[in-house]
Design a protein around this ligand. Structure first.
Ligand code: ASP
Ligand code: MG
Length: 269
């Protein structure tokens, strides 16, 4: 596979040493894949802590300023992960959402992605660098920093997968894959090997925190294959839940959140 997008959520970064173990997973992928792009969330509980902090200063924080504040969480993860890769001798560069060309509408705290212009990412990939992108954030058409809403990094990962024609977007989680019910509540459940986007969405809509529904909707629009797997256990038995459909991906047609499938690419539909 030429290009892979790997997404690591907050659970992957609870403490400083976690950055080194996630770096090892990335290095493994880089051995087999030319272009490796990473999307990160803020460290565990950091976004919630930043929101609480803002509320201790202002009872109802202005959304623009709150976006400026919470977008910092992902910047911390991206830069520390780049440093962890540097320590291991791997060239990596981190980018904010705006540097990555993630263009959103102007709805602060719940922005929708309307386009992705990943020029700087592509330049760095050509140079052989691993590129690390701050999830959950973008730049509005008014050139303001926006965030996508809680859990938004999943959507960033899929949008970048679409923009970069990635063969797959892999979500590294603290569970082995997707389950029909919450594996933390029901013992002995087996994860599912394959799910259609629609079935994955149905599971998410029951409240399961596997992937953000917006990420699944975006993946289905573009028929981009997803894999949900664990950052904890590797190389043994179950390799994760694949999410996809039998439809072929058409990389000429890229749909983001504000384009409907019907209007965006009329030539081939
Ligand atoms: N850090 C943000 C949040 O906690 C975005 C994400 O995790 O996807 O909501
Ligand atoms: Mg988070």
């Amino acid at each position: 596979m030429e290009t892979l997008v790997l997404k690591f959520g907050g659970a992957a970064f609870s403490k400083a040493v976690d950055f080194a173990s996630i770096a090892d997973i990335i290095i493994e992928h880089k051995k087999h894949t030319k272009n490796v792009v990473i999307v990160v969330s803020a460290m565990k509980d950091m976004t919630t802590a930043l929101i609480e902090l803002s509320k201790s200063v202002h009872p109802s924080p202005p959304k623009r300023e709150q976006d400026m504040l919470v977008s910092v969480g992902e910047r911390i993860s991206m830069s520390l992960l780049a440093m962890a890769l540097h320590v291991k001798g791997v060239n990596a560069v981190s980018f904010t959402g705006s540097q990555s060309g993630i263009i959103t509408n102007t709805d602060h705290a719940s922005a929708l992605i309307q386009d992705v212009k990943p020029y700087r990412i592509q330049e760095e990939l050509v140079r052989g660098n691993v590129v690390i992108v701050a999830g959950f954030q973008g730049m509005s058409v008014d050139k303001e920093i926006t965030t996508l809403g809680r859990g938004g990094s999943d959507t960033t990962a899929v949008a970048l997968g679409v923009a970069l024609d990635a063969g797959e977007v892999i979500f590294y989680k603290d569970v082995l894959g997707v389950y029909k019910k919450d594996p933390k509540e029901y013992a002995n459940l087996m994860p599912i090997s394959y799910l259609h986007y629609i079935d994955a969405l149905a599971i998410v809509r029951t409240g399961a925190q596997i992937l953000h529904s917006r990420a699944l909707v975006l993946a289905e629009k573009n028929h981009i294959p997803l894999l949900v797997t664990s950052f904890k256990t590797r190389g043994e038995g179950f390799s994760g839940t694949q999410i996809g459909s039998s439809m072929q991906r058409d990389v000429q047609c890229k749909y983001y959140e504000l384009q409907s499938v019907k209007v965006a690419c009329p030539a081939s539909h």
